[in-house]
Design a protein around this ligand. Structure first.
Ligand code: 5GP
Length: 216
């Protein structure tokens, strides 16, 4: 009896969610994203294209598609990008095709993008987007996380701190705000948001069939 109930609810058709995570560099967004992606089966990362140089720990095609300026221009001009932005003097963009495929198949996608991209997605796909802004517990902590990461040169770190001051004021455009003072707690909060949003009635057209079957 219980098994049947579970099976039925799993079959309720729903449209995928676009889970947008934004924050200044160093607020822990990528760590939270990695954690959520590893624990959530129905969630895939949207792999962005970027013109910035690959860092030593990054894999082409997994963390980003690393492309030339020319290729970026071509993708942007042919409408192959759902959104794009210039961040820290490099270009970044979200390839459109994988997103549409995922959403139509009821799969959720996670976007680790800046506020400019977040706003573009909210404008284009308001009902599909769930947006979360991650804030650091303090500026000192933000700075020490950037230094600890040590993958960037000191002047790059300075630039990222400066950019953080421009990024933070955009918190108020987002649906949810999570303060990352404790990774486990922040991860738990992002997870809870995702679970709740998946249950929203207006995302689940399959509920009509489900209820019809339920009450015959
Ligand atoms: P990083 O160079 O440290 O990987 O990323 C720099 C910033 O660019 C981060 O805030 C990251 O979220 C953002 N970013 C990464 N991919 C995209 C994208 O496709 N679009 C936009 N708008 N921002 C992105």
């Amino acid at each position: 009896m219980n098994t049947q109930k579970t099976d039925m609810s799993l079959q309720i058709e729903r449209r995928g969610i676009m889970l947008v995570l934004s924050s200044p560099s160093g607020a822990g967004k990528s760590t939270i994203a990695r954690e959520v992606l590893s624990k959530e089966q129905n969630l895939k990362l949207s792999v962005s294209v970027t013109t910035r140089d690959r860092r030593g720990s990054e894999i082409d095609g997994t963390h980003y598609h690393f492309i030339s300026d020319r290729e970026f221009d071509r993708m942007r001009d042919s409408d192959s990008l759902l959104e794009w932005a210039q961040v820290h003097s490099n270009f970044y963009g979200t390839p459109a095709d994988p997103v549409e495929d995922a959403l139509n198949n009821g799969k959720d996608m996670l976007f680790d993008i800046d506020w400019q991209g977040g706003l573009q997605l909210m404008e284009k796909a308001r009902i599909d987007v769930v947006s979360i802004f991650i804030l650091p517990p303090s500026l000192e902590e933000l700075k020490s996380r950037l230094v600890r990461r040590a993958e960037d040169a000191p002047e790059v770190i300075e630039k990222r701190l400066e950019n953080a001051m421009n990024e933070i004021p955009h918190w108020s455009d987002y649906d949810y705000v999570v303060v990352n003072d404790d990774l486990e707690r922040a991860f738990g909060q992002v997870s809870a948001i995702l679970q709740a949003e998946r249950l929203r009635r207006d995302r689940r057209p399959g509920l009509f069939d489900y209820v019809n079957r339920l009450i015959g």
